[in-house]
Design a protein around this ligand. Structure first.
Ligand code: URA
Length: 204
């Protein structure tokens, strides 16, 4: 799994949990290889399971509208999910399923190396901020190592509960400046030469 292609192949043929038995297609994720932003949703729904692509149903349409509000399209960002196969009747993912799929998400983050990760919904948020409550932390960026984690409500939640849409619209408007800042930080980090340890200085 040292390339996105080999990772996608591993996901397509994965049998590490029982969700493989009911899937039409698994959904590895899609987007540019070096994205500024990686969106992480929960798991495939009906449309995603049919097409093998993330966020192509009604929640995806809302996500595209939100992206358009900040001048982006889905092709500008990477889109993935916590679990890669659809749970029966779109039920919540089970802890064992999340655990079995975690290696794929972790490796995607390593390979894509995104400065900003947007979590959509509570399962995705819990990967980085276990125990947090989405109503309290949405729209508030958090530092996670060298990356910025930006928790947002799941678009599907706003489709069920219209009053949440305003939070999604407010929160997404914060993304461009977050990306700018994260990019600047990443640039300073690579430009700075690490100070040599005294032992190394002696060896020079
Ligand atoms: N909801 C998700 O969490 N992911 C998708 O890919 C689609 C809907």
């Amino acid at each position: 799994m040292d390339t996105l292609e080999s990772l996608a192949l591993a996901v397509e043929t994965c049998t590490d949990c029982t969700l493989c038995e009911g899937r039409t297609r698994s959904v590895p994720g899609e987007g540019p290889e070096r994205p500024d932003i990686m969106f992480i949703g929960e798991g495939p729904g009906y449309h995603e399971d049919q097409q093998g692509r993330p966020f192509v149903g009604p929640a995806g349409k809302l996500l595209e509208e939100l992206l358009a509000a900040i001048g982006l399209t889905r092709r500008d960002v990477y889109i993935a999910n916590v679990i890669k196969c659809r749970p029966p009747n779109n039920r919540d993912p089970l802890p064992d399923e999340i655990k079995a799929c975690r290696k794929y998400l972790d490796q995607q983050i390593r390979l894509l190396d995104p400065p900003v990760i947007v979590t959509l919904g509570r399962f995705s948020m819990a990967r980085f901020m276990p125990g947090a409550t989405i109503s309290r932390v949405h729209g508030k960026p958090q530092q996670w190592g060298k990356r910025t984690i930006f928790p947002m409500y799941h678009p599907a939640a706003a489709l069920h509960q219209g009053s949440l849409r305003r939070y999604l619209e407010e929160d997404i408007r914060k993304l461009p400046s977050l990306v700018e800042e994260a990019r600047r930080n990443a640039m300073t980090a690579t430009e700075e030469e690490p100070t040599p340890e005294p032992e190394q200085l002696k060896m020079l």
